[in-house]
Ligand binder design. Sequence first.
Ligand SMILES: Nc1ncnc2c1ncn2[C@@H]1O[C@H](COP(=O)(O)OP(=O)(O)OP(=O)(O)O)[C@@H](O)[C@H]1O
Ligand SMILES: [Mg+2]
Length: 205
Amino acid sequence: MQQKNRIIILHKEKFVGDGMSRECYIHPDNKDQCIKIPHKTPSSRRSMKREVSYFKRLKKRKKSFLMVSSYLYQVETSKGIGEVFELIRDHDGSISRSMKHYLSLGDENIKQTILEMVEVLRQYLIKEYILFSDLRTDNILLQKISHTESQLIIIDGIGDNNQIPFLEYIPILGLKRQIKKWEKLRNELIKEFSCDPDKIKRFNE
Ligand SMILES: Nc1ncnc2c1ncn2[C@@H]1O[C@H](COP(=O)(O)OP(=O)(O)OP(=O)(O)O)[C@@H](O)[C@H]1O
Ligand SMILES: [Mg+2]
């Protein structure tokens, strides 16, 4: 059972993965949640704080988290303060793999299916007006929801890393930035994975 005000002990066997700014562990009390611990640098802590406060505003605005791993709450752990998010798992219980992983398999059919899912993701981000700063193929997981169906879920890079608070309140300016940021993902898909540019829309198309 989850108890508030308890220090959660994080063991190595719960480690899921890490990146430039944090480590991710399975929550010992809940297999569908993960705890992210920022590296002990001021910039990692700052960006985590910024992300969490943006998520809180998104929740207040009742945004849909259908394609974003949702932020849940803060905990104290043996490795310091951590932030709890939804842990993304496939229908068989295994932790979902990244879009990068699937694209790296070099299978044309998988690639085409992923590009269709990328279009669904684009429409979702436009509809919800959720800002993103670091959409790379390793920050997006491909969640298998059944034997035949999958969806993309963003696990990192939500919010604006440029510390321009008004972007989220002025969609015309925010959109300009979204177009630029989306172009980075588009270029990664074209350059790194030889995807057909005609099959990936620009953000404002
Ligand atoms: N919600 C999640 N569900 C499943 N796995 C996750 C989740 N969040 C993170 N992970 C795993 O943990 C790794 C590190 O997490 P995350 O990308 O948040 O760290 P980061 O340091 O912010 O990364 P970056 O270097 O991209 O800034 C991910 O690459 C992924 O393997
Ligand atoms: Mg990451």
